[in-house]
Design a protein around this ligand. Structure first.
Ligand code: ADP
Ligand code: MG
Length: 687
């Protein structure tokens, strides 16, 4: 149960005065649906006003508060132009207070003629005349009665004004309870952070770094604590230790030796699986680093130990590819491998379900379908989740629970995540890193080319295809509208078919029916079609070694991590590969720097770190892509600065300071509920 003290914060937005049906949409757009959302809608910036005695003291463009006396109203004759209130300051300077729209009524009421008023606004010059357009505030009295000289400016949506939103936030701030302190007293004192309520109030009043940092820390702390609860809960669970005797692995005849990093990872996994409590391990390895071989070893350990293993892929295409790879690699081991996706129906499906139930199938590869209720296992001992970043923490836990909460779990991701963020996203897991590429990889020749040279690029593609080689062509990304992405892809598809021939090009995008998408993909994978035109949906992990050219249109629109993923599609065969990054004409400084970086390095981890530096890491926080935003309050800078501290503090609380019992533990519980770390909270409920 949520602590009662938080109830006013979770009251819905319409409990605030002035929120009716008309505001619902605009508020929802900003994510403001509950009182607490308003309190946490922190200002983007502040307008700093200076109180001046008269306009001689004010600079043009400056935000000021100045006493003025209205002398005359001037409406335009048509009634459609601006309404002007002419006024003088105390030493006779004339200024016009200009109102557009239907504001004359309000203006007259606020600014009666010949009565001195304090006016706040930005002083401008219009021709020779001084002007203040739409004064922000007008008051009879100056000084303290006038209110803040430092005014917050909030992010808005259509249908909202600053004044309106300010008033609502003001109301919400009035509802803030005092909350018990969850931050360790020493930490709080050392950093001179205000208490929770004060921190929120101060954050709306001015640029208070300490206050903002505290609020960010709270969020990071709650998150770290939730992950730690998951971890602790996991340690309490009794799993089945799986010890492999190598009899299957010894029969493996892979065409290569494992790299040092692969061996180390397999060793770590083997160690985990031999433990009582279920493994929770993340295998992080760049595209092409050889995660599949590691997964296969893990699954064979499970089978050697008498259990079944499941490999979960995010899409049908990936599931099929994994299936084929695994069957090929495991040939000669006698291990029974099957595939199950949502599209398997009838007899075939029945026989697979039977095999899972009676243990005839050792390894199952598939999509979510493998965890449907109707699917029962004889003895599922290991779940491998590929492309983990597609699944948020919540989903991950759900999957594990489907495996009765006792199966060992190996998550794999090709998304290189900076170290700091790994902790944020995967804090509950142990991490193995494949930081070494299999030998013999040729670097991908990456070039940045202006879009105007499209003809040259197409000619190059033509030559490439004429040599019997394949290519990917990734279409521009129009950020807001998926339909526009698709339109662009279809256009490019048509254009390339004109040049290369009807049967030389195929198309994949998100709105194609799955079976068509798969069929098109399959024609490309089999080599039947030379060029694959795609929106960014080309699946991470798709493996077509004969494809040695990657063209990416409007590359500047993609994040570094994404470019890196895309480029990773090529460079998988014996052939030297090329990646062409086509850039538009208007390239920002950052854009230029990012493309240059792509040319310079192929190290995914380095690119991830740089991406974090250059653009704040929003993209790499993979959970955002899956719709589960990791952090709302903390900025990337604050994450970098405070995450480890928050993590350590959470650990100390759990391991030394009495966990969630005791008064600080009680407070920490409140923080979990406040930040809706549901997965942690659910475990609290469970006991
Ligand atoms: P990832 O899933 O990490 O992107 P894959 O598992 O698909 O990478 O492996 C990429 C390619 O590298 C595959 O063709 C695989 O056979 C090959 N490979 C994996 N490990 C090695 C190794 N140790 N030596 C040489 N080739 C390897
Ligand atoms: Mg893979």
């Amino acid at each position: 149960m949520r602590p009662e003290v938080l109830n006013p914060l979770f009251a819905s937005a319409d409990s605030l005065k002035g929120v009716g049906p008309k505001l619902e949409k605009p508020l929802e757009k900003l994510g403001l649906t509950r009182v607490k959302d308003f309190a946490y809608h922190l200002p983007d910036r502040f307008i700093d006003r200076r109180v001046v005695a008269n306009l001689d003291d004010a600079g043009i463009g400056e935000n000021v508060i100045v006493p003025l006396t209205p002398t005359q109203y001037r409406a335009s004759r048509s009634g459609r132009g601006p309404f002007n209130v002419m006024a003088t300051d105390d030493i006779g300077n004339v200024v016009s207070l200009t109102y557009f729209g239907r504001a004359s009524y309000t203006a007259k009421k606020q600014l009666p003629l010949n009565e001195r008023r304090w006016v706040a606004g930005k002083l401008d010059q219009y021709g020779d005349a001084l002007q203040i357009v739409h004064p922000d505030h007008v008051s009879e009295e100056g000084g303290a009665a006038f209110g803040a000289t430092c005014e917050p400016v909030y992010a808005l949506s259509d249908g909202l004004t600053q004044g309106r939103l300010q008033a609502l936030i003001e109301q919400a701030l009035g509802e803030l309870p005092e909350l018990p302190e969850w931050i360790e007293p020493g930490q709080l004192a050392k950093r001179e952070w205000p208490a929770w309520r004060d921190a929120l109030l101060l954050s709306h009043k001015g640029a208070h770094k300490a206050a903002r940092d505290r609020l960010a820390y709270d969020e990071l702390f709650a998150s770290a604590l939730a992950l730690m609860l998951v971890r602790a809960d996991n340690r309490r669970r009794k799993g089945v230790p799986l010890k492999g005797d190598r009899h299957l692995r010894d029969k493996l005849r892979l065409p290569f030796d494992l790299t040092g990093a692969q061996k180390r990872s397999v060793g770590e996994i083997e160690g985990d699986m031999a433990q009582q409590h279920p493994m929770l391990r993340l295998l992080q390895g760049d595209v092409g680093s050889g995660k599949t071989a590691v997964a296969l070893h893990a699954m064979l350990i499970a089978v050697e130990g008498g259990a079944q293993a499941a490999l979960l892929a995010p899409t049908e295409i990936l599931a099929r590819q994994h299936y084929e790879t695994l069957v090929e690699m495991a040939r000669g081991t006698g291990v029974e491998i099957a595939i199950l996706t949502g599209r398997d129906k009838g007899r075939a499906r029945e026989s697979i379900l039977m095999g899972l139930l009676d243990g005839g199938i050792d390894i199952i590869v598939g999509t979510h379908a493998i965890f449907q209720e109707t699917v029962n296992y004889r003895n599922l001992g290991l779940v491998v989740i590929d492309e983990q970043h597609r699944f948020g923490v919540g989903q991950r836990l759900m999957l594990q629970q489907k495996a009765k909460g006792t199966a060992h779990c190996l998550a794999m991701t090709a998304t290189p995540i900076p170290r700091t963020l790994t902790l944020a996203q995967y804090g509950e897991m142990e991490v193995s890193r494949l930081d070494e590429m299999p030998p013999g990889r040729k670097p991908i020749d990456t070039r940045v080319i202006a879009t105007e040279r499209m003809d040259d690029v197409v000619a190059g593609l033509q030559r490439h295809v004429a040599e019997g080689k394949q290519a990917y062509w990734v279409c521009p990304m129009v950020r807001e509208h998926e339909t526009e992405d698709i339109a662009a892809a279809e256009e490019r598809f048509d254009a390339l078919r004109q040049v290369l021939g009807e049967n030389a090009v195929t198309l994949v995008h998100g709105q194609l029916r799955p079976e068509i998408k798969d069929a098109n993909m399959a024609r490309f994978a089999s080599g039947e079609v030379a060029v694959l035109v795609a929106t960014t949906v080309i699946e991470v992990g798709v493996n077509v070694p004969n494809a040695s050219l990657m063209v990416i249109e409007q590359a500047e629109r993609f994040g570094l991590a994404q470019l890196h993923q895309l480029r990773g599609r090529v460079g998988r065969g014996a052939e030297k590969s090329v990646c062409l990054l086509l850039r538009g004409n208007t390239l920002s400084e950052t854009g230029r720097e990012r493309l240059a970086l792509m040319r310079e390095t192929q190290d995914g981890f380095r690119l991830a770190e740089e991406d974090l530096r250059l653009r704040g890491g929003g993209e790499i926080l993979g959970t955002r892509q899956s719709g589960e935003q990791a952090f709302v309050v903390a900025t990337p800078e604050q994450i970098a600065e405070l995450l480890e501290v928050a993590h350590d503090d959470a650990r100390v609380l759990m391991e030394r300071d009495g966990g969630l019992t005791g008064s600080r533990g009680e407070a920490a519980r409140t923080a979990l509920y406040l930040f809706e770390r549901d997965y942690g909270v659910q475990l609290l409920r469970g006991g």
